[in-house]
Design a protein around this ligand. Structure first.
Ligand code: SF4
Length: 131
């Protein structure tokens, strides 16, 4: 396939991800579930909620599916992702909020209810005191 410079290769790869998830016959779990997980990762990046850790997850899904699916469709499903991440990584990075992992919530604040329930509020009960 030939694309000119106007095409967003992240979108090209995302379209492939949706295509393979739709075409998976569902016979084997690595492909049935893996293609859906890839779609969710790509859609998450598209919505702007991704981090570089999500790109690593795509690599791991590729490795898993490449070696564990029953037929060539599942094994090849991540080829467009692998190639575009390797050769056009900025197309992915422009969809990241940050190149570093950013938690979607404040874990220490979430634990405040547990601190109240246990009557603890000393320095050892706060996450920032742990490395
Ligand atoms: S790898 Fe092949 S057999 Fe397995 S679910 Fe995908 S299309 Fe079906």
């Amino acid at each position: 396939m030939v694309f000119d410079r106007s095409r967003d290769l992240f979108e090209v790869a995302r379209n492939f991800a949706h295509f393979f998830a739709h075409e998976s016959c569902g016979f084997c779990t690595p492909c049935r579930v893996g293609t859906e997980l890839v779609v969710r990762q790509m859609d998450k990046l598209k919505r702007g909620y991704g981090s570089s850790a999500d790109i690593q997850v795509l690599y791991e899904l590729d490795k898993l599916m490449h070696g564990a699916t029953h037929c060539g469709l599942g094994a090849a499903a991540c080829n467009p992702l692998r190639d575009t991440i390797a050769k056009f990584r900025p197309a992915y990075e422009q969809h990241l909020k940050s190149l570093h992992f950013v938690a979607g919530f404040d874990m220490d604040a979430e634990l405040s209810q547990a601190r109240r329930a246990t009557g603890r509020n000393d320095s050892g009960a706060h996450l920032e005191n742990f490395e």
